[in-house]
Structures are given as C-alpha cells and as structure tokens.
Design a protein around this ligand. Structure first.
Ligand code: ADP
Ligand code: MG
Length: 238
C-alpha cells in the first residue's frame, strides 16, 4: 500500500489543455472516487497515475517515489477498465495467472496468488471455464482477480461497472467495497455516476472541465457543497 500525491498536475493534448493545476492527496489505504461529467478529464488523470499518459506539468508520487518518468510496469499499480478484455482462449485461472507469468514470477507464487484471488472473489467453481462461459458479473470478478494477483500498492478503476446492468452494478459496488475493506489497498476509482461515488468513496473529488471543484467526504459534499455545480451534481439522480 502507498499514498498517492498528485501535485499541481496539468495535461495538454497539443494546444488543448484538458487538466489544469490538479492536486489531490490520497492517504495510504483510502478509497478515493473521481467523479464528474463525461469529458472533464477523469480518465486522463487516472491514466497519468498509471503511466499511460505523459504529465505536461506537476508531479505524481506513489509512496515516496515521484513516478512522472516511470513506465507503467514499474509503478506497482493495477488497473481495471470498463472494457475488461479477458483473453478468450484462456481459462479463468490462466487469465489471472498470465500477468504474473509474463513477469517471470515463481510458479509456486503464481499458484498461491491465483488461489488467494479466487478465494476472495468466489471464483473457485469457475477456474477451468472460459470467459464466454461466464456471466457479466463473473467476468468482472475475473478482471478484478487479474488486478489482485499482482498485489499492487494502488488499484485504479476506470468506470468498471458501466457495461453492467443496473442490478449487477449495485451488487458489484458492494463487492468492490468489501474487497477494499479486506485488502485496504489504496484505490482511485473513476465514475460519472454520483450515486456510485456517494456510496463507495471515503473521499470524493468532484471535477469539471479539467479542474477540481471540491474534495471531501460524501457527507461533507452533501451538507456543504462548495458551489451550485457540486450541489447540482451530487444532488441529482444518475
Ligand atoms: P472523462 O474520462 O472525464 O470522460 P477524458 O479524460 O477521457 O474525460 O477526456 C478529457 C478531455 O481530453 C476530453 O475533452 C477528451 O476529448 C480529451 N482527450 C482525451 N484523450 C485525448 C487524446 N488522446 N487526444 C486528444 N484529446 C484527448
Ligand atoms: Mg473516462
């Protein structure tokens, strides 16, 4: 586990600035949700933490290390996307083991990590199945399993539930929170769904047009929104 410090970060694509002077401190073990309308820069910020986008200005530190110039593989993070592409010709077990095998992890460690992830996510009955034989929720769990086996210091989620139906979304919210309570891994979770943000976050970062409007615990935002945008966003149905 580690704290993540995002300090005065900016991002431009060519001449278009999409993030302006963004600072967020995420203490060790916290579950922080980045929320805001589509296009406000949530994914870009997350991808910068992951090392998938360059940083135009400012610094990002994971633990004690400034990671601005570290490639993704050296950042000790694991990311779960909305379009969790599982390998179709690999079983659940092989899907979870693959990233570790690529990293030449000791086979005994691979077995042990996959078993632990399967226990945590209730995937034991499905280990020999292929992705096409799984439900949407089970596939999502395998995607999380692939992240868990890496034992990362930080989990990054980018709208992981937006392809699921409403009922499953509510269920998976609970599962992700339980996972966090169990592993206590520092987490940055992106969503445009304010209900997801309010129910999952220790701390919410409300973004608009590449800027942070407010940072606070869910109830703080609810009781004392900093401005009309936050009030409207937090108060409106998704
Ligand atoms: P969100 O995840 O909040 O919906 P994004 O971070 O995906 O927003 O996008 C923020 C802004 O940056 C948008 O205006 C988007 O069009 C722009 N953008 C994202 N990626 C690129 C890119 N690779 N090249 C140019 N513009 C981009
Ligand atoms: Mg996005």
């Amino acid at each position: 586990m580690a704290q993540v410090a995002i300090s005065n970060v900016a991002k431009a694509f060519g001449t278009v600035k999409v993030l302006h002077d963004v600072s967020v401190d995420i203490p060790d073990g916290q579950f922080v949700v980045l929320v805001g309308p589509s296009g406000c820069g949530k994914s870009t910020l997350l991808r910068m933490v992951a090392g998938l986008e360059t940083i135009s200005a400012g610094t990002i530190a994971i633990g004690e290390r400034v990671v601005n110039h570290l490639p993704p593989a050296k950042r000790d993070i694991a990311m779960v996307f909305q379009n969790y592409a599982l390998y179709p010709h690999k079983t659940v077990e092989q899907n979870m083991a693959f990233a570790l095998k690529l990293r030449k992890t000791d086979p005994a460690v691979v077995t042990e990590r996959v078993k632990r992830a399967a226990d945590i996510l209730d995937l034991n009955p499905y280990l020999k199945r292929y992705p096409r034989q799984l439900s949407g929720g089970q596939r999502q769990r395998v995607a999380m399993g692939r992240a868990i086996v890496r034992n990362p210091q930080v989990f990054l989620f980018d709208e992981p539930l937006s392809n699921l139906d409403a009922k499953l979304r509510v269920q998976m919210r609970t599962e992700i929170k339980e996972l966090h309570q169990r592993l206590k891994t520092t987490t940055i979770y992106v969503t445009h769904d304010q209900i997801e943000a309010m129910t999952m976050a220790d701390k919410i970062v409300v973004m608009r047009d590449g800027r942070i409007e407010q940072i606070g615990a869910p109830l703080e935002l609810f009781d004392r929104p900093a401005n009309l945008f936050v009030a409207g966003f937090i108060g409106s149905p998704s």
